[in-house]
Structure formats: structure tokens, C-alpha cells
Design a protein around this ligand. Structure first.
Ligand code: NAD
Length: 372
């Protein structure tokens, strides 16, 4: 019988609720030992809102993450602070032997991401990235079939992430939409979609050409970005990401066009959808749903409502079995590297080779002039 793993959450804002709900679903494997927020009242509120009284009396509240890590020595730390703080907190936790559930984007520069990955290897700690899309039902089955050639040659892929946010959302915290701590629609809202597309295609980015725009929102970074990525296989990936669309009409869609069929999936106003056709043009959605239920049970389909539940379950199993999480530290590094390549290409007005030959930091975008 595996021992239960203790979890400390650092950062008690919007996304922390998804983490606590997910930990609550894995009471056989995980227990919460502490919540940290520089504003302790946020940590207390999160505790009261999402845990029952009996359980919450065993959870400590901290304002200083270093003190919390040194006192609690947690097995897993969930890092859910603004993105510009991921690196320093993740580095401290890894140096203190903690496995990480690190929210996306991994960090704000390619060298920081590489260092975190290398440190995790050196310390024998796991990093699970908050790349939620890799954990959606059916995605694993589709990845296997695309890889083993069931759909023939992969020709190209596209993503559209129309993840509208209001000006109020951006005004709610000083870090949102800044180059230093967040980035814009691509770095924050689209990075896990870019990660999923290239992972499903079992490919690697080799170069990118991109443009950014600011169409509606008063933020420092982009509210719209378009890019074309050339992949190692010769396939192309088209990327569209925006937060300038209506907030109540959020959509994310993924399309992969193949020699023998077509895989499309996505979310529309929070509801997942699917459209998979085989080489004869016949819809085969049912086949994949049945396979998913047979292999992983009905509960795996229901996990679509909070993919963080699947991330925590997979991370616990990865620690028990000494395996890599589905979205590991490498996925954190390569996705940020591709994203920063997009930023560099837009800034310099030219195609950029990937992985980046020199370090690039989202701060290098400071002073970028949007010419629309
Ligand atoms: N995977 C996903 O689906 C998903 C969804 C939303 C957000 N995120 C990511 O999660 C992170 C947090 O986003 P959010 O929307 O919850 O932000 P938020 O601003 O709502 O919450 C961040 C919290 O961190 C706290 N904080 C700041 N500095 C701290 C420090 N040094 N120590 C402890 N606490 C500190 C703040 O007080 C705040 O309560 C971001 O990196 C974001 O990109 C991921």
C-alpha cells in the first residue's frame, strides 16, 4: 500500500479552487497540509470555501512560502502564483526535495524553464505541468493512434483559442496582461493548447513566423496572436489565440488533418465536443468513447469537468511508480520555448529557429510597439 502524499498549495487565487477540489477527489492518495498566500486572508477563505471543518483544522495557513516548505516538508507543492513568480518558488521547492504541480506557463524565459527541468532531474523530483488539455478524456487514445499511423501521414494541425476576458478581469490584478508576469492571450490562455497540438502530432517545433495585435483590451501584451509553426516532420501548425472575443463565449478547438482521416476536438462554452472521421469519411466518435470507458472507466469521462483531478491522480501515480507525468517538465520547457519564439518572431518581424539559440525572456518584449 502506497503512503499518502502531502500537498502544499502556494497561491490562493482563482485557480487554487480547482486544485483543492482535485485533491479532495483523491483522499486515498493525497492530503492537504498547508495553504500559502502573501495575503493570509485569501488562504483562509480558500480553506473555508473548499474544505470541510474536520479536515480544515489539520491544514496550516502561511504567508511565507519558504517557511511553509521548510516546516511541512511536503511531498508535492502546487505552485499557483502569478506566472512571473513560478521560477523562484519552483527552484526553492525543488532544492528542498518537493515534487511539483506547476501551473502554466512554466516560467517566463527559456533558460529558466531549462534550469527547472534540469534541477528536477538532479533532485529526482517530478514536475507535472498544469497543461490541462493533455488530461482530457480520449486525448491519450488519439495520441496513440495518431502516433502508430492509424490516420496515416499527419499533414497539418490548427488550434483556435478564443478565450475572451473582460477589461475587468485584467484590471483585477496588477500582474495580468503584463510582459513581466503574465504575457498575453498566447502566453497565458493558449500555451497549453499549443503544447497539446504538437504533442498529439508527436512532433517538434523547428521554426516560427508570427504576428501579434492589440485589438480591444488595454493591456501591455497581446490580446490577439497568429503564428505558423514549422515542425520537424515537415508538417505545419497554425495557431490562433485571442482574449478579445466575448467573455461568455469561450471556445478552444483542435484540428489535425491526416492522410487517412481527421481528428477534431474542443470546448465550446465549457462543453467538450468531438469530431473524428476515419479514412472513409465515417464518424468514429463512438468507437473512441467506448474505448475510453473500457480502458479507464466512466469516471475518466466525467473528469473533463476538472482536469486538475486527472493531473493530481497521474502525478501521485508517477511518484509511486517513478514514471514521468503525462505533462512533464520537458513539456513545460518546450511549450515556453515555442511561445517565446512566437514573441521574438513578432518583435523582430522575421522567422525564428527553434529551440531558441539564445535565451529569450518575455521581458524582452517590453517596449514592443503594436502597429494597429
Ligand atoms: N491550468 C489552468 O487551467 C490555469 C487556469 C488559471 C490560471 N492558471 C495559472 O495559475 C497561476 C495563477 O493564476 P490565478 O488566476 O489563480 O491568479 P490569481 O492572481 O487569482 O492568484 C494568485 C495568488 O497568488 C498569491 N501570491 C502572489 N505572490 C505570492 C507569493 N510570493 N507567495 C504566496 N502567494 C502569492 C496572490 O496573493 C494571489 O492570491 C498563473 O500562472 C496562471 O497562468 C492556470
Amino acid at each position: 500500500m502506497n503512503k499518502k502524499l502531502s500537498v502544499l498549495i502556494i497561491g490562493c487565487g482563482r485557480v487554487s479552487a480547482k486544485h483543492i477540489k482535485a485533491i479532495n477527489k483523491h483522499k486515498d492518495k493525497l492530503y492537504l497540509v498547508g495553504l500559502v498566500d502573501t495575503n493570509e486572508s485569501f488562504a483562509k477563505k480558500t480553506l473555508n470555501d473548499y474544505t470541510d471543518k474536520e479536515y480544515s483544522s489539520k491544514v496550516s495557513i502561511y504567508s511565507d512560502y519558504q517557511k511553509a516548505v521548510l516546516e511541512k516538508k511536503p511531498d508535492i507543492v502546487a505552485i499557483t502564483v502569478p506566472s512571473g513568480l513560478h521560477y523562484q518558488i519552483a527552484e526553492f521547492c525543488l532544492n528542498n526535495n518537493c515534487n511539483l504541480l506547476l501551473e502554466k506557463p512554466m516560467a517566463m524565459s527559456s533558460s529558466e524553464c531549462k534550469k527547472l527541468y534540469e534541477l528536477s532531474e538532479k533532485m529526482h523530483c517530478k514536475i507535472a505541468m498544469g497543461h490541462i488539455y493533455r488530461y482530457f478524456p480520449l486525448v491519450g487514445l488519439l495520441k496513440d493512434d495518431l502516433k502508430n499511423g492509424k490516420f496515416g501521414k499527419i499533414l497539418y494541425g490548427t488550434i483556435s483559442v478564443r478565450w475572451g476576458h473582460s477589461q475587468d478581469y485584467y484590471n483585477s490584478s496588477a500582474w495580468r496582461g503584463t510582459w513581466k508576469s503574465d504575457g498575453g492571450a498566447l502566453m497565458n490562455q493558449s500555451i497549453h493548447a499549443i503544447d497539446l497540438l504538437i504533442w498529439l502530432m508527436s512532433d517538434e517545433s523547428v521554426s516560427v513566423q508570427a504576428m501579434l495585435a492589440k485589438r480591444l483590451l488595454e493591456i501591455e501584451a497581446e490580446d490577439l496572436g497568429l503564428a505558423v509553426i514549422k515542425l520537424k516532420s515537415g508538417a505545419l501548425a497554425s495557431i490562433e489565440g485571442t482574449t478579445a472575443t466575448p467573455e461568455d463565449d469561450k471556445q478552444a478547438s483542435f484540428n489535425i488533418y491526416c492522410e487517412k482521416g481527421h481528428v477534431a476536438l474542443g470546448l465550446n462554452k465549457g462543453k467538450p465536443w468531438l469530431d473524428i472521421t476515419n479514412e472513409n469519411g465515417k464518424k468514429v466518435n463512438g468507437h473512441y468513447i467506448l474505448e475510453q470507458v473500457k480502458k479507464y472507466g466512466v469516471s475518466s469521462i466525467l473528469s473533463a469537468t476538472n482536469p486538475h483531478t486527472a493531473i493530481y491522480g497521474n502525478l501521485a501515480n508517477s511518484i509511486y511508480n517513478n514514471e514521468s507525468p503525462i505533462a512533464d517538465g520537458i513539456s513545460g520547457y518546450t511549450s515556453v520555448d515555442t511561445l517565446l519564439g512566437i514573441y521574438k518572431s513578432a518583435r523582430d518581424g522575421k522567422r525564428v529557429n527553434l529551440p531558441l539559440e539564445e535565451d529569450f525572456n518575455s521581458m524582452d518584449m517590453q517596449g514592443f510597439i503594436f502597429d494597429d
